[in-house]
Design a protein around this ligand. Structure first.
Ligand SMILES: *Cc1c(COP(=O)(O)O)cnc(C)c1O
Length: 379
């Protein structure tokens, strides 16, 4: 069933499009009366937009968010009749991408508003979204600017946003008081733009409950199987499995060391597997079992999964290679050529991320180009 390339690859990714579709449908259901969009920025969080986009469209998604107009232009041929929103908005010089590809700019500032209105007067009607900052302090008009705009008698009739939106700073932390504060600020905006659909929730926001859903939700990470809420059981299905091949097995006697900096030191005779995965593949150096600064703050590095057992990373992750301690597996069970799971069904991607002091989002979006990728529907 697998291609010869997949069976021979040094490292490989299996991307389960059925899990992806199931996750989107689950987020759409959790969004209640609101419709769920899908966020496809950064090559669909690293999994490959060419496969993710048609899968999510087939699952029912019709609204898609990407970071910039170039991503939108690449997405358009994959989704001929979806609505594609551009988070970075329109800039002098890239207007043509919006009009030629029917992309909806998100207006993030008074400057962008002025630029958009100028483009409208030159080229005719075009939809837009108004982004209002309710506390993130990243992008968007202030609440005051937005409310004033809504009530401005001089506001051009041609300015009619198809959506007003804002973004939560703490959606992953249900107890954070910022959520309620932003909700209240956003309600002021939604009231000022009565009749215009509204959108506040990312994945974490969807889990905050119905008050946060408004008309359109914008889940990203949860659709890709990542953790959207801190310190909670992740209900999503894993989408990405990363595996890498054991190139060599060796025995290091008790007292011996391995890896750069002699950073792994063994207190028993140890079986060490040298695996074809490194930081050039987005397996961050910070997940190292030892020899990196983070290990002074966090007790252990990442684990892999091999023949039914978790095996610890030891020493430093290097550019192309990593070492795992397989001493606890029966000696004959492990062979050169076997694949270790780095994350996926048995090792949660967020556990690997935590070991490296980061988040699943960053691991996904830094997957390198060397993996052999295969797309499957179901396990
Ligand atoms: C990336 C992004 C999202 C999706 O966030 P997740 O936390 O991945 O669900 C939603 N809205 C905006 C504005 C974003 O930039």
């Amino acid at each position: 069933m697998h291609s010869p390339e997949f069976l021979a690859a040094s490292n490989r990714l299996t991307i389960d499009l059925t899990a992806l579709a199931d996750n989107w449908r689950a987020m759409n259901e959790r969004s209640g009366k609101a419709r769920a969009a899908a966020v496809l920025k950064a090559d669909a969080y690293g999994i490959g937009v060419a496969h993710a986009a048609p899968t999510l469209y087939a699952a029912g998604a019709r609204d898609f968010f990407v970071a910039d107009a170039e991503e939108g232009a690449e997405l358009r041929p994959l989704l001929p009749d979806a609505r594609i929103y551009i988070l970075a908005g329109m800039w002098p010089g890239n207007e043509e991408l919006f009009f030629a590809n029917d992309l909806v700019p998100i207006i993030n500032s008074e400057e962008q508003l002025a630029g958009f209105m100028a483009a409208l007067s030159e080229r005719g009607d075009h939809p837009c979204v108004l982004h209002v900052d309710t506390g993130m302090n990243r992008l968007g008009l202030s609440v005051e600017e937005a409310v004033a705009l809504a009530h401005d008698p001089a506001r051009p009739a041609s300015f009619s946003p198809v959506l007003v939106m804002s973004h939560l700073a703490c959606g992953d932390d249900p107890k954070h008081p910022m959520n309620l504060y932003q909700l209240q600020r956003f309600r002021e905006v939604a009231a000022a733009f009565e009749g215009v659909p509204a959108s506040l929730a990312n994945s974490g926001g969807v889990f905050l409950g119905g008050d946060y859903h408004f008309d359109l939700t914008r889940p990203g990470i949860a659709v890709y199987g990542g953790e959207a809420v801190n310190d909670a059981v992740n209900p999503m299905k894993p989408v990405v499995t990363a595996e890498a091949r054991i190139l060599q097995l060796r025995t290091v006697p008790s007292g011996g060391t391995a890896s750069y900096g002699a950073s792994a030191r063994f207190t028993r005779d140890s079986r060490i597997a040298t695996v074809a995965i490194g930081y050039a593949d987005g397996y961050h150096r910070s997940v190292s079992g030892g020899g990196v600064t983070l290990r002074q703050a966090m007790p252990s590095g990442a684990f892999g999964f091999l023949h039914g057992r978790k095996v610890p990373h030891v020493g430093r992750v290097t550019m192309d290679l990593s070492l795992f301690d397989v001493t606890d597996l029966p000696e004959r069970a492990v062979r050169a050529g076997d694949y270790i799971e780095l994350f996926g069904r048995n090792v949660a991607i967020d556990d690997v991320a935590r070991a490296g002091g980061t988040i699943g989002y960053e691991l996904l979006t830094s997957l390198g180009h060397r993996y052999c990728r295969t797309y499957v529907c179901g396990a």
